[in-house]
Design a protein around this ligand. Sequence first.
Ligand SMILES: [Zn+2]
Length: 301
Amino acid sequence: MHAELDTSTRITFPAGGTRTRSQVLAVLPYDDGRSGVICRETSFHPVDHTWPDHPADHGTLVLGDRELPVVDCVIGAAPRSGGALLTGADIPARRGDDGWLWFVVHVVPESGADLVGQPVECVVDPARRVGLSAGHTACELVSLAINEATSDFWTKVDRRDVRGVPDFDAAALSLSRIGVNGSVDRYRLGKSLRRKGFRADDLRAALPDVARTVQDRLREWVRADAAVRVDVGGALVEDRRTWVCELPDGAVRVPCGGTHVESTGQLGQVGVTLDLTEDGSELTMVTTVCGSRPEDLRVHS
Ligand SMILES: [Zn+2]
């Protein structure tokens, strides 16, 4: 491993950072002739290897008058005791596990061995960042809203969410994907959910009402323009991060590694659709927002 990589990457994205002056510590071969650039500090949000719901920031690494496009950004990890740096799905540990150093790896489409040691500015594409942030904030809110909209379907309570509502999202979620200005959540309505006490068979008839309740709750939270922030346990990429939203009925705190808008009002119009498969085994919730604008993003340097 490179001797310079003796500490994990420092990150500025939890506070909304999109431009960070830094230094290139190492450049590694990546796939297809591309390279992975590791900087001391960065504003780029990498896709997480254990919970890859939030896609990577894109943007540019600026080195003097040279600009390298960042076409992907992933988590890297290396054993503290020494050994190869691994990326993405090859990492056999969870982010934050002791015994590992954690890195943000900027994927650039060329070899950049000559960059090591140079000063660099990490510049995130602000439009993509704000779109993904809006998609993620909406995704957190809509999961709370669907819990509320389905709370009458439980014959016994399995577990409750941060608002004290029966947690359908935690009990049934099989896939969650955030995109620019939206998200898709998929729920499995199988035997195990029924065994936990969820009356899945009654959902089809009530689906329009459930969708309306989710939509109404989202509109209410957007109108309230509740403050949103990410609390951090430290400055390193592996430190614990928590999404905090000051909803009108009380602040909610959810462990979350992603980026977010600064208030629910930035989401503007939010649309939610619910689709149940013919056999009733899977529910898909598609959320779209269309109020977020790059100029709403606070830009830090
Ligand atoms: Zn999250």
